[in-house]
Design a protein around this ligand. Structure first.
Ligand SMILES: NC(=O)C1=CN([C@@H]2O[C@H](COP(=O)(O)OP(=O)(O)OC[C@H]3O[C@@H](n4cnc5c(N)ncnc54)[C@H](O)[C@@H]3O)[C@@H](O)[C@H]2O)C=CC1
Ligand SMILES: O=C(O)C(=O)COP(=O)(O)O
Length: 592
């Protein structure tokens, strides 16, 4: 628990849900840096107290202005990978487009200070998401503002390719007049296969239908209703290959889509197919495309994106006479760039404030109203985790944990991802040097071999309150406070929320009723008069304020468990004196 108090100087606030940028508050929030960055973080406070956002690629002015209202903004473009790694240790957020590789080294170099990476666009394939998650760094993107721009560019390439616009333009500029050479093909009545029927793909489909094309789409995850509504038929990958006169790529670059268009795929296409790629270079095996172009299997290609950007000057695809190339311009319209800049600036500022981002790539997206309702339970779950783990004294380590949520709401009406993350945070932080937040909770739990299972108890009654109580149980361990073990042999703590505040309602099989503030002394004694007074006066002599006390006994004269909430930590001496009271059989001091 010493780690907690060592954070009293950080600039982060005490709430676990949000961390508006203000100084001197104790505990660590959901998106906070690990302990080793304390010095730097404190320095940041000394030098202005605002977070620093590094904007590593050109971003629309509206976005920059918005960022400046909240943060120090460092616009440094064209940084080398080494320069980026050097700068990043002084930054709380980083904003990039597709031109910056945010590698594992970047996260490692940040040494935990980097809390948010904002991708001012859709594709996050240039960000090492696993590394971000492992470092507890949130990744957000701007998924909607450039959709139309990308779709329009797809259509521009489709029509320009079909009519040889780029080649003919170059020819005229070279003083030639080659009307026969640049005879094109018509689009009307031709079949276009849209690969990836998401936001951009759907808009391309809509526009292509307006051009009189027959549109089919391949997307294993697209809802059939959306396709039906636009008048597009969803087909298999193979069907798309054998049917299409034109193929347009709109899927993300993932391990599954990488080189999806390879020699095998090209061996199935209609001879003379034409290909548009506004998605990512990596979805096509560029060597295979080159072969297919040379063999006339692919008649033409229009490429906005390349595996390596910018492509080498001698890149044979770029130089190919049947290829039209643009320098990753899909999102580059004035309108889209202003929109993307605002979208990402809002997301980054929100994330720095501790809001859960609506466009999070590596964390659950929790709507604001759900968050508001769950916030006292978020505090409760972290505290239950902290209490439970401090009760462990031996066994095989904290490996098997069960969280039970008792609620009268249906399973679909209760999102427990936040609660699970907070239990993990509470369980792990007091016993390790790692920090846990919503981004990395599952990763850290898995890494440490912690299996947190969740169970629901469905109660009758009004579902107005999201939860009646939450129980956290740790199995296969011994406890330093034997009374914390319930009949099933697990350490058990249970809590509830009353008037918006978290309460401990059960320890082991003993019911208690103590507000989860400050710290707690749990004490099992033989039920007899005067014990409360004795403990109270030991604490009083020490000037330790008791904020709450509750006693639960099995039966008069038998054992009782007393839970005492204290504002400050009593001295060792005072705790020893409590232990020496003859009726006290066991006691434990727990920090929250
Ligand atoms: N050239 C440029 O400047 C731009 C490029 N893009 C690229 O376009 C991609 C798509 O953007 P959005 O439509 O906004 O994303 P989106 O997420 O709305 O759509 C992607 C679609 O691809 C589908 N998909 C995933 N795996 C697939 C697979 N194996 N086969 C077929 N479909 C698959 C998904 O189900 C989804 O419907 C982005 O990931 C980005 O790489 C986006 C904007 C601008
Ligand atoms: O949004 C995307 O995925 C894009 O590819 C746009 O990239 P850019 O921001 O123009 O570098």
């Amino acid at each position: 628990m010493s780690g907690l108090s060592s954070w009293n100087l950080t600039i982060f606030p005490d709430t676990t849900l949000s961390f508006p940028w203000r100084p001197s508050l104790p505990s660590r929030p959901l998106f906070s840096p690990p302990r080793k960055r304390k010095t730097l973080v404190v320095l940041a406070m000394v030098f202005g107290g605002k977070p620093t956002v590094l904007v590593a690629e050109k971003l629309g002015d509206a976005g920059i202005q918005l960022l400046k209202t909240f943060a120090n903004v460092d616009c440094s473009y064209n940084l080398s990978p080494e320069e980026l790694c050097t700068k990043i240790s002084l930054c709380d957020a980083l904003i990039v487009r597709s031109g910056t590789k945010v590698t594992r080294e970047v996260f490692e170099s940040s040494m935990g200070r980097l809390k948010v990476v904002g991708r001012a666009g859709v594709g996050t394939d240039n960000v090492d998401i696993s590394a971000a998650t492992e470092h507890g760094c949130l990744v957000v993107n701007a998924p909607t503002a450039n959709t139309i721009a990308a779709a329009e560019h797809g259509i521009a390439l489709l029509t320009a390719m079909a009519r040889n616009v780029a080649q003919a333009d170059a020819s005229v500029k070279a003083g030639k007049w080659e009307r026969n050479k640049y005879v094109g093909v018509s689009l009307v009545g031709k079949t276009l296969a849209v690969m990836g029927f998401g936001k951009v793909g759907s808009e391309v489909a809509r526009r292509a239908k307006g051009l009189g094309m027959h549109v089919i789409a391949h997307d294993p995850y697209a809802p059939a209703e959306r396709a039906r509504a636009i008048g597009v038929e969803l087909v298999t990958f193979k069907e798309a290959l054998v049917t299409a006169d034109f193929i347009s790529m709109h899927m993300p670059l993932t391990p599954a889509t990488s080189k999806m268009f390879n020699d095998e795929a090209f061996s199935r296409v209609k001879k003379g197919v034409r290909i548009v790629n506004v998605a990512r270079g990596g979805v096509i095996d560029e060597e295979a495309l080159l072969r297919a172009l040379d063999e006339g299997i692919v008649a033409q290609a229009a490429l906005d994106v390349f595996t390596e950007e910018p492509p080498l000057q001698e890149n044979k695809l770029v130089l190919h006479e049947y290829v039209t190339a643009t320098p990753h311009l899909g999102a580059s319209t004035t309108e889209a760039q202003e929109g993307v800049a605002l979208e990402i600036a809002e997301a980054v500022v929100g994330a720095l404030k501790g809001d859960l981002a609506a466009t999070a790539v590596n964390a659950p997206m929790v709507p604001a109203e759900v968050l508001l309702e769950l916030s006292p339970y978020v505090v409760l779950t972290e505290k239950l985790g902290r209490l439970a783990v401090q009760l462990v004294t031996g066994g095989n380590g904290v490996k098997f944990v069960k969280a039970t949520y008792a609620s009268s709401r249906g399973p679909d009406d209760l999102d427990t991802r936040l609660l699970r993350a907070m239990i993990t945070k509470g369980l792990i932080e007091p016993i390790s040097s790692v920090f846990v937040n919503l981004v990395n909770a599952d990763f850290i739990a898995k890494q440490r071999g912690l299996r947190l299972t969740e169970e629901r108890i469905v109660l009758d009654g009004s579902p107005e309150k999201p939860l009646e109580f939450i129980q956290v149980r740790i199995a296969n361990v011994e406890s330093k406070f034997a009374s914390a073990m319930c009949d099933s042999g697990e350490i058990t703590v249970e809590g509830t929320v009353k008037d918006g505040k978290p309460y401990l309602s059960k320890v082991g099989s003993f019911g208690v009723d103590v507000s989860l503030e400050g710290s707690i002394i749990l004490c099992r004694q033989v039920d007899q008069p005067g014990i409360i007074g004795k403990v109270g006066s030991i604490l009083g002599e020490e000037n330790v304020n008791v904020n709450f006390m509750s006693v639960c006994r099995i039966a008069p004269g038998k054992q009782a468990v007393m839970a005492i909430g204290v504002d400050d930590e009593p001295s060792r001496d005072a705790l020893k004196k409590i232990g020496e009271i003859s009726a006290v059989e066991e006691f434990v001091f727990l920090k929250l």
